[in-house]
Design a protein around this ligand. Structure first.
Ligand code: OOG
Ligand code: MG
Length: 262
């Protein structure tokens, strides 16, 4: 079944109100089982355009399911990308409000800040590193709008890859000062180690993950812009948290990033 424009608007409305009301909903493919991945990216784009129309600003791109740990956790063997908007950007000193979220989980990630635009369909990790100005430690807070955090590949893409919030640490470093594949990471919840990982977890190197996303975006005549923040994907499984919890991710050589949930 091909989706009519009316059906597409209805799906976007459905996902936007699930987010606004912080209520989980039945996944889109339960109603539209033949939803294809490319159409799901069209829906994602419409959802982002709606948010921008309502006043949000584009601040970057996120990668998802770039690590084996995450792919196994979600049962999907393919990387995905979504968009970061200014209303998702949170700071370390301002608690994350649990009431606005459904069933949030924290992910430790390495963030890139782009020093130049980058677009193409045969971009390599080396090309990416040339255009990255800084790297920083980050925590992404994902919050799938779907019931029990369960979905198929097209579902999660349409839902802007579960994006909800993200926090970037204050220490920004030149990428050449670090061996990003070998950066070790420990994430703790309330002072106890919750999970560990390393930069190599995301497709062997975070820059390889970003090159993948740039090439995917390139197929849609899109790319990264100077000043974009790129979240390169969780280095480990995601950890659920709730009001009263604090999360910190410590990266060797790159410093730490944390948040408190109220
Ligand atoms: C999809 C988003 C995954 C990551 O870093 O792997 C993601 C999900 O697991 O809900 O952001
Ligand atoms: Mg993530």
């Amino acid at each position: 079944m091909t989706l009519t424009q009316g059906m597409e608007i209805e799906i976007v409305d459905y996902l936007l109100s699930a987010e606004k009301e912080a209520k989980e909903v039945i996944k889109v493919t339960d109603r539209y089982p033949d939803l294809m991945i490319e159409k799901a990216y069209d829906l994602q784009q419409q959802l982002i355009e709606r948010k921008i129309k309502e006043g949000a600003r584009h601040v970057g791109v996120k990668l998802g399911l770039t690590s084996k740990a995450k792919q196994e956790m979600m049962g999907i063997n393919e990387a995905i990308y979504g968009y970061l908007l200014n209303d998702m950007l949170s700071t370390e000193w301002e608690p994350i409000g649990s009431k606005e979220l459904i069933h949030p989980k924290a992910e430790p990630e390495i963030a890139f800040l782009m020093g130049e635009d980058l677009q193409g369909t045969s971009v390599t990790a080396e090309d990416v590193l040339k255009k990255v100005k800084y790297v920083a430690p980050a925590l992404e807070i994902i919050d799938s709008r779907y019931l029990n955090f369960k979905f198929t590949l097209p579902d999660v893409v349409a839902d802007n890859c579960s994006s909800a919030r993200f926090v970037v640490g204050s220490k920004w470093m030149k990428p050449e000062l670090l061996d990003l594949a070998n950066v070790g990471m420990v994430m703790s919840k309330n002072g106890e180690v919750a999970t560990v990982g390393a930069g190599a977890a995301v497709l062997g190197h975070p820059a390889t993950a970003v090159a993948w996303a740039v090439n995917k975006l390139g197929q849609r005549s899109k790319g990264l812009k100077k000043g974009d923040i790129v979240l390169t994907g969780a280095l480990s499984e995601a950890i659920a948290f709730e009001a009263g919890d604090s999360i910190i991710a410590q990266f060797d050589g790159l410093g730490s990033v944390s948040f408190f949930c109220k």
